[in-house]
Design a protein around this ligand. Sequence first.
Ligand SMILES: C[S@@+](CC[C@H](N)C(=O)[O-])C[C@H]1O[C@@H](n2cnc3c(N)ncnc32)[C@H](O)[C@@H]1O
Length: 208
Amino acid sequence: MPGQPPTDDDDGRPSLATQRDTETVYQPAADSDLLARTARSHATPGDRGLDVGTGSGYVAETLAEAGVDVVASDLNPDACREAAARGVPAVRADLLAPFREDAFDLVTFNPPYLPTEPDKEWDDWMEHALSGGEDGRRLVDPFLEAVERVLAPGGRVFLLISSLTGIGDVQRYAHERGLAGEIVADEAHPYERLVVIRFESRDESPLP
Ligand SMILES: C[S@@+](CC[C@H](N)C(=O)[O-])C[C@H]1O[C@@H](n2cnc3c(N)ncnc32)[C@H](O)[C@@H]1O
C-alpha cells in the first residue's frame, strides 16, 4: 500500500520481501526506455524536472543528460539510493506529497501498472514497483489528481501507460480533472501496447 513500506512482521518473523530473495529495485525495461526517449525529445535544457517513482534513476538520468535540472523521487529507499548513485538528487516521497506548487516544468512517471488480484499481492518492494491493484490504476489515479498542483505554468506531464491498464480510462479520468492529454509515443509489444501520454493543464492548452 502506498506510504506503508514493508516491515518485518510484529511477531519478529522476516517479511516476505526477505524470504522471496528478489531484486528490490525495478531495473530499466522497454517501458522505462520508451518514457525516457519520449520525455527527452520534449525536454528543453534548463527545464525543472521531477521523475516520480524513479526506480533505478534511468529516466531521471536521461533527462539530466538532456540538460534538465531533475529531481528523482521514490517511495522505496533502495531506489533513492540507486538514483543518487547515478548522480541524480533523490528524495524519498509518496507520489507528489513533499513538492511545492508550481515547482516543475516537466514531470515523468512510469507507474506500477499491472492489474493484480488482492490474493496475488506480496508485501515487498518489487510488488510496489509492479502492482497497480485490481484495475492497474492504484497510483495512476491519485497521481493525476495531484500533479497539476506541482506544475509550473506551461508545465507538461509524461505518463507511461499500458493497454493492460486501460488507456482510454486513464485519458477520461485525467480529462475530468482538468488535464488535456495527447498520446505522443505508441509501441506494440507481445502482450501489451505501451503509450506515453503528454498531459498539460487545460487552462494552458492552446485554444482550438
Ligand atoms: C514500474 S517501476 C518504474 C521505475 C523507473 N521509473 C523506470 O521506469 O524504470 C515503478 C516505481 O514506482 C515506485 N513507487 C511505487 N509506489 C510509489 C509511491 N506511492 N510513491 C512513489 N513511488 C512509488 C516503485 O518503487 C518503482 O520504483
